[in-house]
Write a protein that binds this ligand. Sequence first.
Ligand code: GDP
Length: 328
Amino acid sequence: MIHSMNVAEVCNQIIGGDIVALSKAITLTESTKPEHQQTALEILDYCQPHSGKSIRIAITGVPGVGKSTFINQFGNLLIEEYGKKVAVLAIDPSSRNSHGSILGDKTRMTELSAQKNAFIRPSANGETLGGVASKTQDAIVICEAAGFDVLLVETVGVGQSETMVHNMVDFFLLLLLPGAGDDLQGIKRGIVEMADLIAINKSEENQILAAEALKHYQNALMFMPQHRQNYQPKVLLTDAISGKNLETIWDEIQQYVMLATENGTFQKNRQKQAVAQFKMQLGEVFNMILFQNEKVKIKYNQLSNSVLEGKISPKTAAVQLVKSMLVG
Ligand code: GDP
């Protein structure tokens, strides 16, 4: 395991593009063992100056909309036609097998996973939303240090995780099915508002419904609050199996990045995200370090008993624990 290895050596391997070192480093960031966490921190510090150069793209949509098919085709296109290195990270805070959707599963991205310039990492298991966010954030830094220039973050577009993902990416791509109406699609309206581009996938299956959806979402997007980067999000019809319009999507993303870089919003957005991530990591790290402390553990158990017996309120217990820590 890496903790016995030299951190600088491992990091140099990562920066040299070594996938085995990359995978091991990400595994360390997911570990709950304090010694692993310490090594992971050192790796992250080493990688940080080498990160930041990729385009980070969220790909979201309900199970069955075609996310894996899309990522498989899109990733291949970027590697083969544009000479990119593509990493796929999955976010699934729910149980891995729920919704019949196993995100980031290599068997659903067969061609892409066989590519030398692709890296696919499924979601960390059994995690809270904050835990998944913090680990995905770490994985982004390490993948970028390893030279991946396009990061695809896959997530199920049905719940809370999208806001979190929106805070991590430069571009938010929402896949929808032909047919109008967010509620019919099981998609929350807030998710549509976050989209930088909407792709109506499986459009060849029902062209009438696809055209309806195109019109519906074009209209919907016109009435959305102002976009974070003064950009008018577009709606396109796609067919992930044949690859229809995938090149156009890449062109759109590039145009978007160019525009946002020119008007300064790209960098501003990343800075804002970095501060938001600091706040988010704070909660995670606070909990982690808190429970590594023996005195805290004892106090926690005492307070738990008091709560259990109804002697104090859960909130008072939490305040007391934190206060006892602050005074030492
Ligand atoms: P995910 O759950 O969102 O990752 O969806 P998948 O990529 O696993 O796709 C679900 C099913 O839809 C699979 O059987 C795919 O072959 C199929 N599919 C994906 N994209 C398209 C498309 O554009 N057209 C058609 N007809 N089927 C598609």
